[in-house]
Design a protein around this ligand. Structure first.
Ligand code: 5GP
Ligand code: ZN
Length: 115
């Protein structure tokens, strides 16, 4: 997607603090961290949100949640105390970037419900 900032990050057209990369996925530090650990895990493929996922994305989504997020949580040292994985979707869900991303937040106590 030509004007998608996360596609540009995934393609290294604009810089980011990458913490993980494989064939399908990149993860990088959020520009405006909301917690001591705040990384965004995204598919390299442009998908607007969870609503745009199709059957062919099942392996990618499960790779992110089964493999990448737990590995990053361990590497970033938030696995024992706990962390949060968030996918904001649409306007009322608070989604500002229309490329599917999973926030991995940790390093502080989280409140529920979020604001
Ligand atoms: P959303 O609000 O869509 O759930 O999350 C988008 C996130 O992307 C926000 O937390 C915001 O700080 C982050 N973000 C937006 N633009 C950039 C950027 O250019 N680089 C990085 N690293 N993070 C960004
Ligand atoms: Zn994109």
């Amino acid at each position: 997607m030509a004007d998608c900032i996360f596609c540009k990050i995934a393609q290294k057209e604009i810089p980011s603090s990458l913490v993980y990369e494989d064939e399908q996925v990149v993860a990088f530090k959020d520009l405006e961290p909301q917690a001591p650990v705040h990384v965004l895990v995204i598919p390299k493929k442009h998908v607007e949100s969870v609503l745009a996922l199709t059957a062919e994305d099942k392996a990618m989504v499960s790779h992110i949640l089964v493999d990448v997020v737990p590995q990053l949580a361990r590497e970033l040292g938030v696995d024992e105390k706990g962390f949060r994985v968030v996918t904001n979707t649409g306007a009322e869900g608070g989604q500002s970037v229309k490329h599917l991303h999973f926030h991995l937040l940790g390093g502080r106590s989280m409140q529920w419900p979020p604001g």
